[in-house]
Structures are given as C-alpha cells and as structure tokens.
Design a protein. Structure first.
Lengths: 428, 178
C-alpha cells in the first residue's frame, strides 16, 4: 500500500471498496494517531451516567479452584453436536467461532468427529505399536514416548466434511458454527513419527502406513509415507496440557494441513505397508463423488478457505456505524498470503489485515474495518495461500465438482445483512 | 524446519543411516513379535493379506445378520436407521441422487471383512468369530447379487469377488504452486 493520506474530520477517505469497506489500517493505529495529533473530530456521543460501585468491588472474591473454568456468564459459548441415529457419541461437534477470537481454539471447544464415541483410555495400559515392513517391530508406552525429544506445531485440523451445507441447492439457514464449525486450531506438542520409524528401521518396500485408533471403531486410514514424513507428529499435548480425550488422549497423529480424519486419534498402531489398505474411511467415506459417478480418492490437503465469523448469523448489528469484520482463513497447502473482503456481494474487494503470527497450516485471523450505512450488504471473504491457490466461489466449486458429495467444501461463504442489521446465510 | 533437516529426517526414517546413528536416539521401544502383535493386527489388504482362517455362507450370514445387524441396517440390508448395505448399483452418476452402499460403492470386498471385524456390531465390536465375519460378508455380497446363494467366503474367495465400483476411483491431484 502507498503512503497514508492525511485525515480531515472524516475517515471516509479510507473507503477502499464498495458499500463502505474501509482501509485495513484503520484499526491498526491509524485512528489513534490521528486523534493524538488532533486531526480528528469527535462525533456527538450519548451521556454515560455515573459509575456504580458494584458488590464485587467491596467483598472478597471466590476461592481458588484446581482447574479453572470460563465465567458463568459465558455459558452459551459451547460446542453444538449431532449424533448418528442410535448413538450418543458418534457424530460431530462444532466450534462456536462466532463467539471466539484469536487463532487458538480452547481445548474444551475444539471440534470433534468420533466414529464410535470417546474411549476411556487408561494411559498406563495404552500402547503404540510400529510394525509391518520394518526391521524390528516396536511397542511404546506413553511414559517411554514422553521421554523423547518433542516439537510443537500450531496447526488447524479440519474435518473433511466441514462446510458441506454449501453443496445444498438452497442456502441453509444456519450460522458459522453449523456451517464451518468443524475446524479448530491448537498448539500440538509431541514426538516426530520419523524419529520412531528410524528406530524401527523402515524397509525400502514400505510406501504407505496404516494408522489405527484404539477406539471401538478402530478408526483407520492409509497415509503415504513420503508425504507425511516431514511433518507427522505423535501429539501428546494440546495447548500445553495432555491431549483431551475427545481429541485422542493419550496420543493422536497430527498431519498438519491434511484431512481431519487422517489425524488418527487414540493412536495405537502404525503398520508399514506397500500399498494402501483401502479402509472403509478412505473408500466408502471421505471420497468426492463427481458428476460422472467417479470418485476422487485420497484427497489429503484441506484446500485454501476462509469464513467471516463476525458479523455472522445470530450476531445482529444494532445500528449503523463502524464495525470490525473478522474471520479465519487457512490452507492445507501452506501459509495464508491474502484475504480479501467484499461487502457488496463480490462486486468489489479489498485486502484485510492479517493478524500476526501467520503460520503455515494454522488458522489465520483476519480483520477489516467497515462503515455500515444501515443498508443491505452482502459479506464475503476470499483466501489466497502462498502457493497461489485461490478459494473458489460456490459457483466454481460446484461447476468443478458437482454436488454429489459432502466433502472438501471450501467455497466462499456469504452472509447477507438486512436493513435491520440481521445477518443470514445467502447465496450470492 | 529447513529443507536440509527434512531430508535428513526422511533419510533417517527410511533406514538409510548406519546403526551408529541409532545410538543417539532414546531407543526406548521394546521389540515385539508378530505373534504378540496379532491380536491388534486386524487390517486386511485388498489382495486378502491378513485374512484369517475360517469360512461362511450367505445362509449362515443371514442368521448372524438377524441377531447382530438388522436393528441398525434394516431387513436385508435396506438401511434405516443407519447406512443401507444393499442396492444402488448404477446410481453413482447422472442426475438422481447417488445411493452409496457396500454393493454400489465399495471397491473391495476385503474392506467388508476389515470394517465389520474392527467396528461392528456397533455396541460390541471385535466380538464376531472369523466364521461369523465371513458369513455376514457373504450374506451382504449375496444380497447385492455379487455372489451366489451357495458360494462360500474364505481367505481365498473373498478377495476375488469383483465389486461393481472397483474402477470407480481416481486419485486426487493436489494443486501445484503457481
């Protein structure tokens, strides 16, 4: 961007795209600097009234607790979930992104996808076995793995089915949690899979591994050895504490950028094989059926994507004025390079500010300033990653892949704002 | 991580280094024999590798199905409340909704054995005997018209069953840097 314009009594000089979209730098110190130099006129504002001295300012607060919980006033910030008929623990839960900020998902709100509930694993009895095409098969306890050198990686995990409602003919009347809540981001810490494979000694004939969980479904996926070797982590910690039961306690596979289902939870077995095992979850599920009836298989990367989390359905805008548009962008191919925002249904676009740090295969928070004039608006975000992959429109995604699948929906999500400030899911 | 380190890690893992390198690792894993791994080594390759001894017929499988499967998968695998196992052959392309079942969509018969053994019945997985597993696989295949009523499924015959959608999958090609 070029030099900064001098400011008068209005920030309208910062309009960068149609319908009131403002320069991304408005929220990054620009307005404050202008105020400090006396270059801004303060608008008329309603009177605040005298400040009450509340009860909590006068009496001692609550005692310590061993494990802290959010404020009781935040009790609506919860996952929602749907279960498969006849089960209580098989299905998916979704992160309430419309009520969160930053790039890290709190552990209790990380999305889940279980194929047979959450196993109650005794960590002392858990074992990880590496066998198959290796010089020697090895078995590890959790204590043993905890003694290995570790690495940390901030990475998103996204379910292959996240965003599937965009394949529907009519826009589903749901919000960001139901639409795009099956993606979350955490700092994962653990042992490099490569280090353990080195100790087992990989037979050169091995080209794939089968990763299998200790859950009652024995959830299993085949993974291409060469493609996962650099990044694969056996994660023991999630945001600093032991991995939560719902996310694979006591250990899960982490494959940054790859389809969520491949990040096998409750990891108990790794078998090195010549070819893929063709498990149920890489044939009958997690494949993209195209209009001609053929299905794309082994769709590993979660491709570039973004969604506006605020404003979004359920977060009604009370009055015209300046708002922050914020959301999340991510790509299984690498770093987010650019997020563009439109508030006029895609007619004009302008780049949002990317909140640092911007990390490869992690959620990236974006922020944009918008002066809502009280009229109808159509909000969209479009991510571009550092390999040049551009998030498709819904129209393009369906033109390319049809709508005979539920998987890998990464198209632009559109929120419509009415004159009343109500936000709903629309197709542009 | 630098490219150099990545290449190093890959080279290590692929066993390209001498045993001297191993002295620098924690090396805490215990050696385990195939016999000891066997109770967990339940995955079946598409060529049938891993299939255990035993056998079953569709008629035997019908009895297993009636007691263990029908509550979730319906009469004769018709589905409801959970996935249908039968029908839909030829429905994958075109304008009508695709009906994806074991018969119409699954590319390998070995996956039936693998999946049922590891994950079914839902409330008591890993409890069916090998004979019951072959039998229920035979029943599902026969309901789909893929084997005859009197055919026996075992480690030799199951991998040879030709599934209608065997050639219906194309490997995804990731985007290339622009």
């Amino acid at each position: 961007m070029g030099h900064r314009k001098s400011k008068g009594a209005t920030i309208d000089a910062d309009v960068v795209a149609g319908n009131g979209l403002l320069d991304r730098r408005v929220f990054l110190g620009g307005a404050a600097m202008a105020a400090a130099t006396g270059g801004i006129t303060f608008p008329d504002t309603a009177a605040g009234g005298p400040l009450p001295v509340e009860s909590w300012m006068k009496t001692p607060g609550a005692p310590f607790v061993p494990y802290g919980q959010p404020s009781e006033y935040e009790n609506k910030v919860v996952r929602t979930f749907t279960t498969v008929p006849g089960t209580t623990g098989t299905g998916a839960s979704r992160t309430p992104h419309h009520l969160l900020n930053g790039m890290i998902t709190p552990n209790g709100l990380h999305f889940e996808r279980h194929h047979s509930g959450i196993p109650d694993i005794n960590p002392d009895a858990h074992r990880l076995v590496i066998h198959g095409l290796v010089k020697r098969s090895l078995v590890f306890t959790l204590d043993e793995l905890t003694r290995y050198p570790m690495e940390s990686r901030i990475a998103f995990i996204e379910c292959g089915g996240n965003g599937q409602l965009l394949y529907q003919k009519e826009p589903a009347q749901v919000g960001v949690q139901q639409m795009q809540g099956q993606v979350s981001c955490a700092e994962w810490t653990g042992v490099k899979l490569a280090a353990l494979l080195q100790e087992a000694g990989v037979d050169p004939k091995a080209k794939w591994i089968l990763a299998e969980g200790a859950d009652a479904a024995g959830m299993s996926r085949s993974l291409p050895l060469a493609e996962i070797m650099q990044d694969a982590l056996i994660a023991l910690y999630q945001n600093g504490e032991r991995v939560r039961p719902a996310n694979g306690y006591p250990m899960r596979l982490l494959l940054p950028g790859f389809e969520g289902n491949m990040n096998v939870k409750w990891l108990r077995r790794i078998k090195l094989t010549e070819g893929p095992t063709m498990t149920k979850d890489e044939t009958s599920k997690y494949t993209i059926t195209m209009p001609d009836g053929k299905s794309l298989q082994f769709v590993f990367p979660q491709e570039g994507k973004s969604v506006i989390t605020r404003p979004s359905p359920g977060l009604t805008m009370k009055e015209p004025g300046v708002y922050e548009i914020t959301g999340l962008a991510w790509s299984g191919y690498g770093k987010i390079a650019k997020v563009e925002i439109s508030v006029d249904g895609g007619k004009s676009w302008a780049p949002a500010a990317l909140q640092e740090p911007v990390l490869s295969k992690a959620l990236t928070r974006f922020r944009m300033a918008w002066r809502w004039n009280g009229g109808p608006a159509v909000l969209q975000s479009r991510a571009t990653d550092d390999i040049g992959y551009v998030q498709p429109t819904r129209e393009k995604m369906i033109a390319d892949r049809g709508s005979r699948t539920i998987y890998h929906s990464n198209a632009v999500t559109t929120w419509g704002v009415s004159e009343k400030g109500e936000v709903k899911h629309v197709y542009a | 991580m630098s490219t150099h380190n990545s290449a190093l890690a890959a080279a290590c893992a692929l066993g390209l280094f001498s045993s001297a390198a191993l002295a620098d690792t924690p090396n805490l894993g215990k050696v385990i024999t195939p016999e000891e791994v066997a109770p967990w080594d339940i995955s079946i390759s598409p060529d049938g590798t891993g299939l255990p001894p035993g056998s079953g017929t569709p008629k035997q499988g019908e009895a297993v199905y009636a007691s263990k499967c029908i509550a979730c998968h319906g009469e004769k695998g018709a589905g409801k409340p959970n996935d249908a196992l039968v029908g839909g052959i030829g429905s994958l392309g075109g304008d009508k909704p695709a009906m994806k079942t074991v018969g119409s969509f699954w590319p390998y018969a070995t996956t039936i054995f693998d999946y049922v053994r590891r994950a079914m019945p839902y409330n008591e997985s890993k409890t069916l005997t090998n004979d019951e597993l072959y039998a229920v696989a035979a029943y599902i295949l026969q309901l789909n018209g893929l084997i005859g009523e009197n055919e026996t499924m075992n480690a030799q015959t199951l991998p040879k069953v030709r599934m209608p959608n065997r050639d219906g999958f194309v490997t995804f090609v990731p985007a290339k840097p622009k």
